[in-house]
Design a binder for this molecule. Structure first.
Ligand SMILES: *[C@@H]1O[C@H](CO)[C@@H](O)[C@H](O)[C@H]1NC(C)=O
Ligand SMILES: *[C@@H]1O[C@H](CO)[C@@H](O)[C@H](O)[C@H]1NC(C)=O
Ligand SMILES: *[C@@H]1O[C@H](CO)[C@@H](O)[C@H](O)[C@H]1NC(C)=O
Ligand SMILES: *[C@@H]1O[C@H](CO)[C@@H](O)[C@H](O)[C@H]1NC(C)=O
Length: 213
């Protein structure tokens, strides 16, 4: 009995400190439960765990697991990305996107999707254990924009998607730094530039600042 309690306490502690997803099935279920594949019109059958972390001005980064709700002020610094559980070719490159499906509100998402980040030329660099960091050495197409759901809104779903980068991606002109970030469609963008289906993903929920809610 006490042994069991100890074990579950240890498991709880581990999940608190690590905080990331450890199974693709969990991530896929979380996406389905939040209705993300339907709302974003994507096929989501991940083959790699995408780990997202938000660095903090003080203290350790906040580790994301799919569906975690974060206070807005924990999302100010651009997130870092890593992958786990899959071997990639050394020169393989990736595209990472972050979109808000719920702007201005989940009930009336008339300006969704908002493009909060879009960057290519990410490649993997070995990190701890079987984790590999995703590192980019070129400017993002759309720089990271902190979640800012309007006062009174329910929390928004901010979705991160990882794609294998097709040849010629750097020559695409469909979306540039000058393209409106509103009314973006990751599904049609992916299909038009040949990204295929996402190979990994995660998402966070962020509500308005308590002071403005
Ligand atoms: C975010 O705001 C909350 C409530 O005001 C505060 O307790 C917390 O320390 C803040 N966190 C960060 C990372 O600034
Ligand atoms: C790489 O992507 C990050 C966002 O994760 C962005 O802030 C940064 O500008 C990009 N790196 C370079 C060298 O442009
Ligand atoms: C954005 O527009 C400005 C002004 O028209 C132009 O100089 C710049 O090259 C454009 N940038 C991109 C990435 O298309
Ligand atoms: C987004 O693109 C998909 C695929 O091209 C399309 O089926 C869908 O209607 C588009 N969604 C919106 C809101 O325009």
């Amino acid at each position: 009995m006490q042994y069991k309690i100890l074990l579950s306490t240890l498991a709880l502690l581990a999940s608190c400190t690590v905080g990331q997803d450890t199974s693709l099935a969990t991530v896929k279920n979380a996406f389905n439960t939040a209705n993300i594949p339907t709302d974003a019109q994507i096929n989501f059958n991940p083959s790699v765990l995408l780990e997202v972390a938000f660095p903090q001005a003080a203290g350790r980064p906040v580790q994301v697991h799919a569906g975690i709700q974060l206070p807005r002020n924990a999302t100010a610094i651009p997130p870092t990305f890593s992958v786990r559980d899959r071997a990639f070719l050394p020169r393989q490159e990736f595209v990472v996107a972050m979109v808000d499906l719920d702007a201005p509100t989940p009930q009336t998402p008339t300006s969704a999707q908002i493009r909060h980040f879009l960057g290519g030329n990410f490649h993997t660099v070995p990190s701890l254990g079987d984790q590999e960091r995703l590192v980019n050495e070129t400017q993002a197409i759309s720089n990271f924009l902190q979640p800012t759901p309007p006062a009174g809104s329910d929390p928004h779903r901010y979705v991160f998607l990882l794609f294998e980068q097709p040849n010629g991606f750097n020559q695409q002109t469909l979306v540039t730094g000058n393209t409106s970030i509103a009314n973006f469609n990751i599904s049609s963008f992916a299909s038009e530039v040949g990204l295929g289906n996402p190979i990994g993903g995660s998402f966070i929920l962020v509500g308005p600042d308590p002071t403005t809610a």
